[in-house]
Ligand binder design. Structure first.
Ligand SMILES: Cc1cc2nc3c(=O)[nH]c(=O)nc-3n(C[C@H](O)[C@H](O)[C@H](O)COP(=O)(O)OP(=O)(O)OC[C@H]3O[C@@H](n4cnc5c(N)ncnc54)[C@H](O)[C@@H]3O)c2cc1C
Length: 415
């Protein structure tokens, strides 16, 4: 028999492309980050996410909607979302009044101001290149993330595989002569840093999504009785082993888990880098006490993020040559495509979390590769901030859940 903890025995040592190791991240995350995020993401500001789940898939026609009830998303009803969040940009009525005056003044706006406004808009558009936005769509709705947790939905088969396929095959930089779905880890060394970073980030996100479905698995359908109408949910060790042990994944499972740590460090670095900006955000919901608490909790988390000593170093990416510039454009284009592919996901719950996590990752990339972070015009929109923190929350939870699986495997070995 293969060793029972084979998913984990290769999961140690340095994290690829980074200067710190797995144990350090485990400890840092499980003790310091995870508990803080858990309470922060329950705050009103972070629990409501505006998203359009009705956009048509721009790439292919697919009717295979997931029929299981666990695929459904409950959008928020009238009155459930705090007014402050729904208000333009989440600002107070007072601020909106000021805007009205501004509107009035706009009619006599000077040529110089008009130029500034045009520049501002162009600047916003240029910066947001890593994601295709949908929260301003007419069909976009607020969703309460706490009522729609990411977990097993039963979405699988051709439709799910097609999404992952197209993310890896069509939209990823890859060795030109290579056609299997994933890039074997030993071939990554032939790729340049930017390409490896791109692949590892996507693969890490894929791992995280699959860890969540294993950790929150529908254990018993028979539970859908009167006694337990919501079913019985919990960790499924077998499913986890099938997805990540070297024996069932051609030796790749542990590398996929390492990529989870990689994308975690990438987003952690983005939070630390944008800490100054994020500390000054108001986190406005209209409830003064709640907003103050949220701001304090964010500051506390950002402090922890800044103290981490083994941060990912993005400074050597996209630097120098004209080729590097082209690479950055390609990188953005590929990633924007990934955010568009999310409109093709045939299960609303998966689509919701897929959109949120790719938007969060895109926001992290925008922060990491923006030359203008300290510029007064640099701005993040509410949905970007909500996505960034929640996406990081997902990765943090995945690392935390890995520890549960590790313990369960040890328990098995002792039996
Ligand atoms: C955006 C999105 C969100 C989803 N959200 C959910 C959800 O919330 N709940 C749910 O139950 N299901 C969700 N799914 C479905 C889930 O991810 C799987 O696709 C499904 O469970 C089928 O799994 P599979 O074994 O066929 O392998 P898949 O996960 O579909 O993977 C396909 C192939 O990719 C390779 N691969 C697997 N993992 C990695 C990795 N980390 N890095 C690189 N290559 C890898 C393997 O060769 C594997 O055979 C989602 C799918 C997508 C595309």
């Amino acid at each position: 028999d293969p060793p029972k903890d084979s998913c984990f025995c290769q999961l140690s040592g340095n994290i690829d492309e980074c200067s710190c190791n797995i144990n350090t991240v485990d400890h840092f995350n499980n003790i310091k980050v995870y508990p803080r995020l858990r309470s922060l993401l329950r705050k009103d500001y972070f629990r409501f996410f505006k998203v359009n789940l009705k956009r048509e898939c721009p790439f292919w026609h697919d009717d295979s909607k997931c029929a299981m009830k666990y695929c459904h998303v409950l959008p928020c009803g009238e009155g459930e979302v705090p007014q402050g969040i729904k208000g333009e940009g989440g600002r107070s009525d007072e601020a909106k009044c000021e805007d009205k005056q501004l509107d009035y003044l706009n009619t006599t706006i000077s040529e110089k101001m008009r130029e500034d406004l045009v520049m501002w808009t162009a600047y916003d558009d240029a910066l947001d290149d890593f994601c295709v936005k949908d929260d301003k769509d007419e069909e976009a709705e607020y969703v309460d993330l706490l009522l729609n947790p990411e977990r097993y939905t039963g979405y699988k088969g051709t439709s799910a595989n097609r999404i992952w396929n197209s993310i890896y095959l069509e939209n990823c930089f890859r060795p030109k002569t290579f056609y299997s779905l994933y890039i074997p880890s030993h071939m990554l060394s032939n790729m340049c840093l930017e390409e490896r970073v791109y692949y590892r980030a996507i693969s890490g996100l894929h791992s995280s999504i699959n860890i969540h479905l294993c950790a929150n698995y529908l254990l018993s359908n028979s539970g859908l009785s009167l006694a337990n109408p919501k079913g019985e949910w919990g960790p499924n060790l077998k499913e986890f082993q099938r997805r990540f042990s070297p024996e069932t994944t051609n030796g790749e499972g542990p590398h996929w888990l390492r990529n989870l740590y990689f994308v975690y460090l990438l987003e952690l670095r983005a939070l630390a880098k944008a800490a100054k900006y994020l500390e000054h955000e108001k986190y406005y919901t209209g409830d003064e006490m709640e907003d103050f608490d949220t701001q304090m909790a964010v500051k506390d988390l950002l402090n922890v993020a800044q103290q981490f000593s083994g941060h990912f170093d993005e400074s050597s990416m996209f630097t120098g040559s004209a080729q590097a510039k082209r690479l950055k454009t390609e990188f953005k284009e590929h990633f924007r495509n990934v955010t568009r592919i999310m409109d093709c996901v045939g299960c609303d719950k998966c689509k919701l979390w897929g959109k949120l996590q790719t938007r969060g990752l895109g926001t992290a990339l925008k922060i990491l590769f923006s030359q203008n972070l300290n510029h007064k015009l640099f701005r993040l929109q509410r949905e970007e901030i909500v996505a960034l923190f929640n996406a990081f929350g997902r990765l943090s939870t995945s690392i935390y859940k890995l520890d549960d699986f590790r313990q369960m495997l040890r328990g098995h070995d002792e039996l």
